[in-house]
Ligand binder design. Structure first.
Ligand SMILES: Cc1ncc(C[n+]2csc(CCOP(=O)(O)OP(=O)(O)O)c2C)c(N)n1
Length: 472
């Protein structure tokens, strides 16, 4: 007699060793919650398809925020509603990865509504599991976009009304109005039959990605006994009775049998291409041509209109021209001209994990408020470059390597205050030499739209290099 052995999926951890506290056996989910069922089905499908080694699950903000305690696969915990964007980044940079976003109805259809719409519309080759429990479970049962008319929640204590809160949003139907998605199905966790269908759909949605077909989403009507104030058994009946009429089960799109579309890889432009500049050279990454003793984590700060974001961009571009790896992340304040502006630049010999710089080892401060705001964040022995024409009489910490550059004054003397930022670029180059003058000039050429300004900028660069002399 054949024996069927059922064992826990390898893609689900045997013991939840990352979970805090002594209990490493049970999950944090309430009794009767659907999240555990869906986790199990995802784990089994990943095992069966043999993709555990390259699977990356994006867990959301919501009850399943701790999904990483349970899965034995790659994992990224993302900001509320942003799983489709993060998944896009992972998939495009690592096309071999099997990327799954796992999202509640608050996460996917409220705060992340546009994220999912755009990812679906772009036809990202990813798999989305959408857990529709008609409520914000984690925060105590507020109304979600999928809350039913008449349903009582903590924010609709007399029941949702069409006049006040509008109609429930049907995500499968909405996405089915788009061209790109290849597989959309709504399933439910009601009884063994519907659960078996859910299991099949979950596997199929991952399979579609493995085959490179494009965007798939499975919506799972899932019980929330705590949020609904019902027993686990009654919750399943509640889905059948109340949710099914509003959210009919079924397949809303299935292109699993169609011939695969021709491979249209998204084209990644160089800056020059994006700006339509003819350089005659390609911006491919070469081997580093200039020394880089340590990863540069830089914050460039000043006021709007000083060309702070531009300076950051050109620094990053020059670093790239020198063959380093770089990131540039602008930080936009609510104001434009006259307000504060800052950006983060990382220049590294290694791959860069995060473009965010919270504890810089280089601060370029172009005005006093920025100096005061960021100087204490600079790590010990970090480098401080400040525009001493605008920042006077400030206490300069002994623990930093400080360079006072009268950038605005120098810029003035060569004919235009506005090139103070490029004077600072020259000063940084003069002090560190982590890229060459030619590389800085090329970066400027790539980022300056009006060629007639190039000469002035070259002058500013040279003046900055000359001015770079250590204060102490
Ligand atoms: C930016 C942001 N806004 C709001 C919150 C508060 N918050 C945490 S979970 C949640 C709703 C989760 O509901 P849902 O996505 O339906 O998942 P469930 O908890 O039901 O599984 C909200 C609004 C947050 N953490 N971050």
């Amino acid at each position: 007699m054949d024996m069927v052995v059922k064992e826990k999926a390898k893609s689900i951890l045997d013991q939840y060793k990352y979970k805090p506290g002594p209990d490493k056996e049970s999950t944090h989910y309430c009794p009767g919650c659907g999240h555990g069922n869906v986790h199990k089905m995802i784990g089994e499908a990943v095992d069966e398809l043999g993709v555990a080694e390259r699977a990356v699950l994006m867990s959301p903000v919501g009850c399943s925020v701790f999904a990483y305690y349970y899965f034995n696969m790659g994992h990224i915990q993302v900001a509320h509603g942003r799983a489709p964007a993060a998944a896009t980044g992972v998939k495009r940079s690592q096309p071999h990865a099997i990327v799954m976003s796992y999202q509640g109805d608050g996460d996917l259809a409220a705060i992340g509504g546009n994220n999912i719409l755009q990812a679906a519309n772009r036809g990202e080759n990813m798999t989305v599991f959408f857990i529709n429990n008609a409520i914000y479970g984690m925060t105590g049962g507020q109304m979600a976009p999928t809350t039913l008319l008449g349903q009582r929640t903590s924010t609709t204590p007399r029941g949702r009304t069409r006049a006040n809160e509008g109609f429930p949003i049907r995500v499968c139907e909405l996405l089915a109005s788009l061209e790109a998605p290849v597989y959309l199905e709504r399933v439910a966790l009601i009884d063994p039959k519907t659960t078996a269908k859910a299991r099949k759909a979950i596997k199929k949605a991952i399979q579609m990605q493995v085959e490179g077909r494009g965007f798939s989403l499975v919506e799972i009507l899932s019980p929330c006994p705590t949020g609904w104030k019902l027993s686990p058994v009654d919750s399943r009946e509640w889905i059948a009775k109340n949710m099914l009429p509003v959210f009919p089960l079924g397949v809303y799109r299935d292109r699993s049998k169609e011939e695969l579309p021709p491979n249209e890889e998204p084209k990644i432009e160089t800056v020059a291409e994006a700006l339509g500049i003819e350089t005659g050279e390609t911006a491919t990454i070469r081997k580093s041509s200039a020394p880089l003793p340590e990863t540069v984590r830089m914050k460039v700060a000043g006021f709007g209109g000083q060309g702070i974001l531009f300076l950051g961009e050109v620094l990053a571009e020059a670093g790239m021209q020198a063959g380093h790896r770089v990131t540039w992340l602008p930080s936009y304040g609510p104001e434009m001209r006259g307000g504060t502006a800052n950006c983060h630049v990382v220049i590294s010999a290694e791959r860069i994990g995060s473009p965010t710089v919270t504890l810089p080892n280089v601060l370029v401060a172009m005005n006093r408020p920025s100096y005061e705001r960021f100087v204490d964040d600079v790590v010990d022995n970090g480098m401080l470059l400040y525009d001493s024409s605008l920042i006077e009489g400030v206490p300069v910490p002994e623990r930093l390597r400080s360079y006072a550059i009268p950038a605005t004054q120098i810029a003035d003397s060569i004919g235009n205050t506005r090139v103070a930022n490029v004077v600072m670029l020259g000063a940084y180059l003069g002090i560190t030499g982590i890229f060459t003058r030619e590389q800085a000039l090329k970066a400027l050429r790539l980022h300056i739209r009006r060629p007639q300004l190039l000469e002035l900028n070259e002058k500013a660069l040279d003046a900055g290099m000359k001015a770079a002399s250590p204060k102490k």
